[in-house]
Design a protein around this ligand. Structure first.
Ligand code: ZN
Length: 488
């Protein structure tokens, strides 16, 4: 059990304490609005807190409230004393109007009620010429966390309970009785409550907070009078879930197959290809970490019929709710081995655990990076070695690419300027040659070769003065120096 503690109350708190207790707030909510940010104050017995509050408001002669802290109890002028004395001790409401019992019976809260109380307190304090910053009021969530940490530490017999940890316990409360209390905000601030596809209700926490910031105080108090009516019911028993924070795994992949999409290819809900790069990589990793799901990202992507050779393409996986938070280097090597033996369509290297922050390295400066490609090109006109040799001398060619027809359904129509740093050719026969290119990331190579009906300018057809088409394309290198290369 926690030792009885001195509540660090200030003289100006008296009026708040009295007002809130008589309005049906619980003792712990009173502490919150007195801006008491001492976790132990919330962990002590509720009855004890209540009697201390009652003693405090019934007069300064009560010595239990004296504290050695400098700013704790400010002596007040004698003339004010009589006003603050109460005749009857103020009892605590059975279901607190503010936390709806969350801090009482350790059970949610409507944002609107919090706001109402805030306005109420602000008004009274303003009257006393004090400045109170809203951020100073302790949120129910904070107080709840403090109480729970204390209780959990007791239950777990001295095991340290820390607030910032990879294991998160989420606690959800509902209170059907007051669920509709914030609905009037819908008519006063319709802009804040736009329906979205995935949300069940427009009254999300964020939308309510936004509306409360906008609504004039006078309008709010009209719709939501103080004190609020006392709720008959407490919050429903909480929905408790334990979730482990995401862990991140990165590496590089090669793709050796011309019929493998990077992500599952679905058309009208039906699968077009039996697998994908993403699934081949993620399945063994998911199993090793016993994770509930994943998000896959990579430094660019290749088309289904394009191979990725060389050192491969950097990728990262966010593993959701893993039951294993860490894998040793050796275990990671084994997982990599499993991926590589499961399929000859892909190969993975440099598989390692990374931090969420490090992951941003993959995406940063993506546009400035260079990529190398090799394309097998067909020409309509018959060619000689000498006909293509001039291409090798072209340096830093700027091309204007109107969004390709094949991606127009998912990318906005625009003209993007890209740089082809250098090219080199290798003659195959009188209608074919290999074209190697080093380009700025984001250059559409296929469109540069066939011209995309003149949407890419200049293009290879113009340069060679004949129709050209691309038969095969390989990514030779993706020049992103992340993640770190590991010894094989
Ligand atoms: Zn309360």
């Amino acid at each position: 059990m926690l030792a009885k503690m001195m509540l660090p109350l200030k003289e100006k708190d008296k009026v708040i304490i009295k007002k809130l207790l008589t309005s049906g707030c619980c003792a712990r909510c009173v502490l919150r609005f007195c801006c008491i940010g001492v976790p132990d104050a919330y962990r002590q017995n509720r009855q004890e807190t209540l009697s201390q509050l009652q003693a405090f408001i019934s007069g300064p002669e009560d010595c239990s409230m004296k504290s050695d802290s400098q700013d704790a109890v400010v002596p007040e002028p004698v003339s004010k004393k009589s006003k603050l004395t109460v005749d009857d001790p103020v009892e605590e409401s059975s279901v607190c109007v503010l936390c709806l019992g969350v801090l009482q019976h350790l059970s949610d809260v409507t944002q609107a009620m919090q706001h109402s109380c805030w306005l109420h307190v602000k008004e009274h304090v303003r009257a006393k010429c004090c400045v109170l910053v809203r951020d100073d009021v302790i949120a129910v969530k904070e107080a709840f966390k403090w109480i729970m940490q204390g209780l959990l530490a007791q239950e777990l017999d001295g095991v340290a309970v820390v607030a910032k940890s990879a294991l998160e316990v989420s606690v959800g409360f509902t209170h059907p009785e007051t669920d509709a209390d914030c609905h009037f905000l819908g008519s006063t601030c319709p802009d804040c409550f736009k329906p979205t596809k995935n949300k069940l209700s427009v009254f999300t926490r964020m939308a309510v907070v936004k509306a409360l910031e906008k609504i004039p105080d006078s309008k709010f108090t009209k719709h939501s009078p103080w004190p609020p009516s006392r709720p008959a019911t407490s919050c429903t028993p909480p929905d408790v879930r334990c979730v482990h924070a995401s862990v991140f795994v990165a590496g590089r992949y090669n793709k050796f197959c011309r019929s493998l999409p990077q992500t599952p290819w679905l058309i009208d809900g039906e699968r077009r290809m039996e697998s994908s790069v993403e699934e081949l990589i993620a399945t063994p990793i998911l199993a090793a970490f016993r994770a509930g799901g994943f998000n896959f990202s990579s430094s660019g992507r290749e088309d289904v019929d394009v191979r990725t050779l060389g050192n491969g393409r950097p990728f990262a996986l966010e593993l959701l709710n893993p039951h294993k938070g860490k894998l040793s280097e050796e275990d990671m090597k084994n997982v990599q081995q499993v991926i590589n033996t499961n399929s000859d369509k892909i190969r993975v290297r440099d598989l390692q655990m990374v931090s969420r922050d490090a992951m941003s390295r993959m995406k940063e400066g993506e546009e400035e990076k260079t990529k190398s490609y090799r394309a097998l090109v067909w020409t309509l006109k018959s060619i000689q070695k000498d006909d293509i040799a001039f291409i090798d001398r072209i340096q830093d060619l700027t091309v204007d690419q109107k969004t390709p027809l094949r991606v127009l359904h998912r990318r906005t129509l625009a003209v993007r300027q890209r740089l082809i740093h250098s090219m080199s050719t290798s003659f195959v026969d009188d209608h074919h040659f290999q074209l190697s290119l080093k380009t700025q990331a984001g250059t559409y190579i296929k469109e540069f070769v066939h011209g995309d009906f003149g949407r890419t300018k200049p293009n290879l057809c113009q340069l060679l003065d004949t129709d050209t088409d691309i038969l095969e394309l390989d990514v030779q290198s993706v020049d992103v120096d992340w993640p770190p290369v590991l010894p094989e």
